[in-house]
Design a protein around this ligand. Structure first.
Ligand code: GRG
Length: 316
């Protein structure tokens, strides 16, 4: 059932369709259900940061990983719940990242960042609420997966946050330009970006793999999960390098966030220390590795390979 992709046009159509599916699902939960939290300003700040923006690449990877390992769509709604949870965690990390005490950015997704629109206190608290709601959604909104799968999802996402994003952000804020060796930059990229991308891939695998009756052997399951973990880390690091390249080569309008920030904040990144061409070559090597990680699994990997190519060819 893996979607056959015949050309680059197909992948763009596919990405657009999946983004609409995720946006529609988020709107269903956060607008139509009228699941209101008082005071209204808090809910408005959450909706402002979560809806109407973002490429939804982590969710797209979660859905595509599910589609890759699962023979049917039995758990698609639960997979969409995991996507909503991932988008909450990702969006709250962007709110906190933009705060004056962190990256101090006034612009996000082409609009004033959350603290500019709602004030700093509301932005911090909206982020806190979003992080807790991400886990509440998995507990309360999933209907067809087992309790053990729910726990695995919660474990994977909380590890990515507490042991990935947060230490990655601290390192990013505290490591001076002179301390940034290539290996230090890689460590920061892995923690602050690749761990959540890996977790998004794993969520799809955790939901879909139990559904695959031909893969019941525990040892095989574990080997498959390890391959997907390596895949997620490799495309995650490539994703961050492209982000750093775009910070140098693109403009604020295209990015929807302030360009040239790394140089302004004296943050060494791969493109700033090695140049654009060598950094691009690194992303190509990482995507090659990511594809060979997937090739170790018994699935049709064409969809995930096409998404990997998109990751390094993106323009925003
Ligand atoms: C809440 C205690 C606490 C800490 C939060 C702020 C933080 C820790 C982590 C930030 C990590 C961060 C912002 C990493 C950058 C990752 C990245 C490349 C973000 C941009 O992702 P895109 O391009 O964004 O997918 P869109 O807007 O498309 O969703």
């Amino acid at each position: 059932m893996v979607t056959e992709l015949k050309s680059n046009i197909d992948i763009e159509v596919y990405l657009g369709q999946q983004k609409s599916l995720i946006d529609k699902y988020l709107k269903k939960i956060f607008i139509e259900s009228n699941n209101y939290i008082e005071p209204k300003e808090l809910w408005d700040a959450i909706r402002y940061s979560l809806l109407d923006g973002g490429k939804r690449i982590r969710s797209i990877l979660c859905l595509a990983s599910y589609e890759t390992v699962s023979p049917d769509k039995t758990h698609l709604d639960d997979c969409l719940t995991a996507c909503a949870s991932i988008e909450l965690i990702h969006a709250m990390s962007l709110i906190h990242d933009d705060l004056p005490s962190m990256d101090n950015d006034d612009l996000r997704r082409g609009r004033p960042s959350c603290h500019k629109a709602y004030g700093e206190a509301t932005a911090i608290l909206a982020g806190d609420a979003m992080l807790s709601l991400a886990f509440e959604l998995i507990v309360e909104n999933t209907k067809t997966i087992s309790d053990s799968q729910k726990l695995k999802l919660i474990s994977v996402l909380s590890k990515a946050f507490g042991l990935g994003l947060v230490p990655g952000q601290i390192l990013d804020l505290k490591t001076s330009a002179t301390q940034r060796s290539k290996s230090k930059i890689e460590e920061i990229s892995r923690l602050k970006t690749a761990e959540l991308i890996k977790a998004s891939v794993l969520c799809g695998v955790i939901i879909g793999l139990n559904n695959n009756k031909s893969i019941t052997e525990k040892a095989l399951n574990e080997t498959i999960i390890k391959s997907f973990e390596r895949f997620g880390i490799n495309i995650g690091i490539a994703f961050q390098i492209i982000d750093d390249i775009l910070d140098v080569t693109s403009d604020t309008k295209t990015l929807g966030k302030t360009s040239g920030k790394d140089r302004d904040q004296d943050k060494s990144t791969y493109p700033l220390i090695m140049g654009i061409e060598k950094s691009k070559k690194m992303t190509e090597d990482l995507i090659k590795k990511a594809k060979s990680d997937l090739a170790e699994t018994p699935f049709n990997i064409s969809l995930l390979c096409s998404i990997s190519d998109f990751v390094i060819n993106r323009i925003n």
